[in-house]
Write a protein that binds this ligand. Structure first.
Ligand code: NOJ
Ligand code: MG
Length: 560
């Protein structure tokens, strides 16, 4: 009986895993071309194992023209030459598994690259050809088809349609791209699109991938009538967001994932405001978990966080799925920066840029947020570099920026390059060990000089550093049985500005966002505090030792 419980727990590893997002282009460059690669990652797997995470999620590493940093996939069965080879990816998976790290790869069902063989064929084949039915080709409107087929706008700015030329060179049909023109949308009503994606999943699952992260998961199903609509008052159902038939895709994927002896996990990128609609993706025969963007978007405010936590737990409980907690990724402003601003909320449409930012305050809150995230029930996502306390790099010159959002909005939206700057590993000047000595090229985005104090080398073993703190928190979380499972209770006697909850037997988490110091309970010991200067080896020595909890601080407590 006991054995069976252990086996069931390990098979459901995704329920409470800490998953570290690796952005391959910016993690570590093994060959000195200024671009991160698989050799660089393989060399640093021991670092990730020592950090104490359970799994790694890799943003797309497949062959791609990199029009959207790999989210424009030209061939899922090859690795982009800038990153390495398929053999290297296989070796990386083997090495990671040997270190106890699981692997999640990215799939992008909504679109492929315009250089994908299917799109090339479709374009060459001309109007009416079967090959075009894999995408959304349509004649234009206007007298000569010179206007797009409808009024949809691309998420990256500008119209969601681009016109093609006919094989004879005359202007031809238009095709739909909800993102960049280099990312044509696939037609999921075509069974070949379904079969191919299932084959891609098998390709990676057979190579040992433990799960997939599903890109833009609410968008692949479209209203085939492609109606015009006003984005401020979209119709229900929406022409392309969260349509009911999108769920058929994930039901089929779940059957496939469950067919493996150790079932593979499906993790959705589901940006949806409605918690009930969100939970639909997590029904027992669909995905295993999804990113909690409500939490990511939430301001650093106790009442707002409490509301989001309650809503999250209720929505997930309704379908028996574990919640997730996430604050940063490769699409959003790093949270050290967000939390150092007067307005700590975040929305993709209101990316703030160069507003006054107190990075010290942001870092203090980021530490407090980590202990909160890791103590909440469910899984937790970390984005590479947050364990070093990295902030958003805001002074990247326009000519070096690569994000299509920056270019397609004419710079009105500064884009996502600032959270994608290559990691600092060692040394006191760029490339900070990101590339080997004597590298042929500088890092693909410039690193700030101030990162000299934030390298892994500078923080390794240093008491009080962000890295030491992350390692201590992750180690404690792993050993704390009370942090497993769904058990969660808000503490009675609610103090405004303070979040307090209990997990398991005698384990408590208290987060103080009140702006003032609050007393700590007298009958509990501090196990770990986020206060800078707190020493986990000697919990009584500093920080919260005096029976007081400073503001913007979280503590883990055990009942005496
Ligand atoms: C979401 C990904 O996280 C983002 O980086 C990408 O640009 C879009 N989906 C389009 O694939
Ligand atoms: Mg390289």
């Amino acid at each position: 009986m006991a054995d069976q419980t252990v086996a069931a727990e390990s098979v459901q590893w995704w329920r409470d895993a800490v998953i570290y997002q690796v952005y391959p282009r910016s993690f570590a460059d093994g060959d000195g071309d200024g671009i991160g690669d698989l050799t660089g990652i393989r060399d640093r797997l021991p670092y990730l194992a020592e950090l104490g995470v359970d799994a790694l999620w890799f943003t797309p590493w497949y062959a791609s023209p990199q029009a959207d940093a790999g989210y424009d996939v030209a061939d899922y069965r090859r690795i982009d030459p800038a990153f390495g080879s398929l053999e290297q990816a296989e070796a990386l998976i083997t090495d990671a598994h040997a270190l106890g790290l699981r692997i999640i790869v990215d799939v992008v069902p909504n679109h492929v690259s315009d250089r994908h063989a299917w799109f090339q064929e479709a374009k060459a084949a001309g109007p009416g050809a079967e090959a075009r039915d894999l995408f959304w080709f349509r004649p234009g409107r206007g007298t000569d088809g010179e206007l797009p087929p409808n009024d949809w706008q691309s998420v990256f700015g500008g119209p969601a349609w681009s016109r093609t030329a006919n094989p004879d060179g005359t202007p031809g049909e238009w095709y739909l791209h909800l993102f960049a023109p280099e990312q044509p949308d696939l037609n999921w009503n075509n069974s070949k699109v379904r079969e191919e994606h299932e084959s891609v999943l098998r390709f990676w699952f057979d190579r040992g991938a433990d799960g997939v992260r599903i890109d833009s998961a609410t968008m692949p199903a479209k209203d085939p009538a492609l109606p015009d609509f006003d984005p401020d008052t979209p119709p229900v159902p929406h022409p392309y967001i969260d349509r009911d038939d999108v769920h058929d895709i994930y039901r089929a994927w779940r059957t496939l994932a469950d067919g493996y002896e150790e079932p593979r996990a499906l993790i959705g990128e589901v940006w949806l405001a409605d918690p009930e609609r969100f939970a639909h993706y997590l029904r027992a025969d669909e995905m295993h978990s999804a990113f909690n963007f409500d939490y990511l978007n939430c301001p650093w405010d106790a009442a707002a966080l409490r509301r989001v936590i309650d809503a999250t737990l209720a929505a997930h409980a309704s379908v028996g799925a574990p919640a997730t907690w996430v604050l940063s990724n490769h699409d959003v402003t790093r949270h050290v920066t967000r939390y150092g601003r007067a307005d700590t909320s975040f929305g993709l449409s209101l990316r703030q840029h160069k507003t006054p930012t107190d990075l010290e305050l942001g870092a203090r809150r980021a530490r407090a947020a980590l202990l909160l995230n890791l103590a909440l029930p469910g899984g937790c996502y970390l984005y590479q570099g947050e364990e070093l306390g990295l902030w958003e790099v805001e002074d990247i010159p326009g000519e070096l920026r690569q994000d299509p959002i920056f270019h397609r909005t004419g710079g009105t939206d500064i884009g996502r390059d600032g959270c994608r700057v290559p990691l600092p590993w060692s040394g006191d000047q760029p490339p900070f060990g990101f590339s080997p000595e004597g590298a042929a090229a500088p890092p693909w985005l410039p690193q700030p000089e101030q990162w000299a104090a934030h390298t892994v080398q500078a923080q390794d073993g240093r008491p009080g550093s962000m890295l030491t703190f992350y390692r201590a928190a992750l180690r404690l979380r792993r050993g704390e049985r009370g942090l497993r499972g769904a058990d969660f209770r808000w503490l009675p006697g609610h103090t405004p500005g303070v979040l307090g909850f209990a997990r398991g037997d005698g384990f408590f988490c208290l987060a103080n966002l009140s702006g003032a110091t609050v007393p700590l309970p007298a009958d509990a010991d501090v196990v770990l505090s986020s206060a800078p200067g707190f020493d986990p080896a000697d919990p009584g020595a500093a920080g919260s030792g005096a029976g007081e909890l400073p503001t913007d601080t979280t503590v883990w407590l055990r009942q005496r």
